[in-house]
Design a protein around this ligand. Structure first.
Ligand SMILES: *[C@@H]1O[C@H](CO)[C@@H](O)[C@H](O)[C@H]1NC(C)=O
Ligand SMILES: *[C@@H]1O[C@H](CO)[C@@H](O)[C@H](O)[C@H]1NC(C)=O
Ligand SMILES: *[C@@H]1O[C@H](CO)[C@@H](O)[C@H](O)[C@H]1NC(C)=O
Length: 495
């Protein structure tokens, strides 16, 4: 009897383990490109890469952080798109009923579906889960670099910068609350008040260069139709698959909305058995690839302007390191020099910044980029690719550049370690190591970009009909004021 029970238990157990293993095999939450949650992808690191062992006697003396805001709710434009989809769905269902077509193939949740964000007039804000991501990152950052964060808070020692977009500044606040928790006197969490500073959107060339760079905006606009063309075959194929399976006349736009809905459900609501379950794993992989492809072409290695416009940020990072070294050499008193510069921005900031560092490339690709040659597009699944939106810039995705002082080393006194999403990451520009002598970092990775100054990359008109500078400045100002009045149309699309 006991044996029988044990056997039944064993069978049940193995069933349980088996079904778990199957679920783990494909988790849609890991295939959402830049809509992935930080926690889902943080652990994903190249397992074949062995990080450097930091030599004894090397200590971190400065930290640069460039982070994307945490998980946020859909923007107003996307909320509207989902409402439009709900309306179209009603039409499709009515048509099918009128023709006495069976709806039995249709998942029950689709009948009478309404968007979870219906009626919401505002969007794009950092949500509670996004606060957690940044707060926890702040706590982990302090725990990892105790000697960097042992000084009393002073805004010049710990500079916290965010863009003027609320989800980015809220992310900075969540991070700071984690970073300084227990260090102040406010409330039971003994919080500390800290400053978050922002540049005006119109001139934030360090964190919102994409928004100030006229040539980039023109390039992006001109490329969008071509990107849509590249995505079209995938969308058409998946649309006919959906029609076949669910016996509704879905359009390509419906597929777009359903994929968007899947990403929001999975990432924000942790629902994976509705919109996401309409697609097979291989369809999800293809949709994910189209998102990654778009990010590659419009924000990544696809075109040099995408990252060249980030040169002011790179310069700012290097300059902060040089100041830290100067303070060390001149033996400035503790508390009188900066130990960390912490920045909170957007995918449009983090992706180009990673490209400036040459991340996610192999050695030969890095050479190509240096020779200003274009890279081939990320290959379509099932082929493997390095360029994955979910690792490059998930919600809360970040790069940390840790400056180490190694006084015992006779050849190099300073090194830079790059952590991407907190994992050491190889720099192809530095012979594939994550721990690079500062001189090599500056000479091989940074210097080639500095040939291109922001103004010539961004604002030297490519077309001829350039007006007098004063007039164009004025018209820029008017455009800017106008866009404010319009609820900032320019940033509706941004990640
Ligand atoms: C659908 O079925 C109803 C009754 O069951 C019938 O009156 C109607 O003509 C049918 N319509 C079509 C388009 O077949
Ligand atoms: C879909 O559209 C085609 C023609 O465009 C039509 O023949 C078919 O009946 C429609 N199917 C449904 C389910 O409405
Ligand atoms: C000094 O740095 C070089 C890299 O520039 C490294 O190869 C060497 O092992 C280091 N020496 C010591 C004593 O850490």
């Amino acid at each position: 009897m006991k044996r029988a029970v044990a056997a039944v238990l064993l069978v049940l157990l193995s069933l349980l383990v088996h079904s778990n293993a199957e679920e783990e095999a494909f988790d849609v939450r890991q295939h959402l490109s830049t809509v992935c949650r930080y926690g889902v992808v943080k652990g994903i690191a190249d397992s074949s890469f062995v990080p450097s062992k930091i030599p004894n006697g090397c200590t971190p003396i400065h930290l640069n952080l460039v982070a994307r805001h945490g998980t946020r709710s859909p923007t107003k434009k996307r909320i509207k798109e989902l409402d439009n989809f709900a309306t179209h769905l009603e039409v499709l269902l009515r048509e099918a009923e009128e023709q006495n077509l069976s709806l039995e193939k249709l998942p029950g949740w689709l009948k009478g579906w309404k968007s979870p964000w219906k009626g919401k007039l505002k969007g794009g804000e950092l949500i509670i889960q996004g606060e957690d991501e940044l707060y926890d990152l702040g706590i982990r950052t302090r725990a990892r670099f105790p000697n960097l964060f042992n000084d009393d808070y002073h805004p010049d020692v710990y500079a916290i910068k965010a863009t003027q977009v609320p989800r980015a500044s809220a992310s900075a606040v969540a991070f700071g609350m984690g970073l300084f928790s227990g260090k102040g006197r406010l409330g039971p969490g003994r919080h500390r008040a800290f400053a978050v500073t922002s540049e005006s959107r119109a001139s934030d060339t360090k964190l919102r260069f994409h928004d100030c760079c006229q040539n980039y905006k023109a390039f992006k606009k001109s490329q969008e139709p071509a990107v849509d063309k590249l995505k079209e075959p995938v969308y058409d194929e998946i649309t006919s698959g959906l029609r076949r399976r669910y016996r509704l006349n879905f359009t390509r736009q419906d597929t777009t909305s359903l994929w968007f809905l899947c990403k929001q459900e999975a990432s924000l609501l942790n629902i994976v058995d509705q919109a996401c379950a309409l697609f097979s794993p291989s369809e999800v992989s293809l949709l994910e690839w189209t998102d990654d492809l778009e990010a590659f072409i419009l924000k990544g290695y696809g075109k040099s302007i995408n990252y060249r416009m980030g040169v002011p940020l790179l310069e700012d990072v290097v300059q902060s390191m040089e100041q830290a070294i100067k303070a060390e050499e001149e033996k400035h008193a503790p508390g009188s020099y900066e130990k960390a510069r912490l920045r909170f921005a957007h995918a449009e900031t983090v992706i180009p910044f990673s490209c400036l560092l040459g991340l996610f490339l192999d050695g030969s690709e890095f050479e190509k980029i240096q020779r200003e040659q274009a890279l081939p597009h990320p290959p379509k699944p099932p082929q493997k690719r390095n360029w994955r939106g979910h690792t490059v810039a998930p919600f809360g995705g970040n790069n940390m550049l840790v400056l180490y002082s190694c006084p015992a080393n006779t050849s190099n006194k300073h090194f830079v370690q790059v952590l991407h999403n907190e994992n050491p990451i190889p720099m192809p520009g530095c012979d594939g190591t994550d721990f690079c002598p500062l001189d090599v970092f500056k000479e091989r990775i940074v210097a080639p970009h500095l040939k291109h100054d922001y103004n010539s990359v961004c604002n030297v008109k490519l077309e001829q009909q350039e007006q007098k500078p004063v007039a164009s400045k004025l018209s820029q100002l008017f455009r800017w004021m106008f866009s404010l009045g319009n609820g900032d149309k320019s940033s509706l699309d941004e990640l």
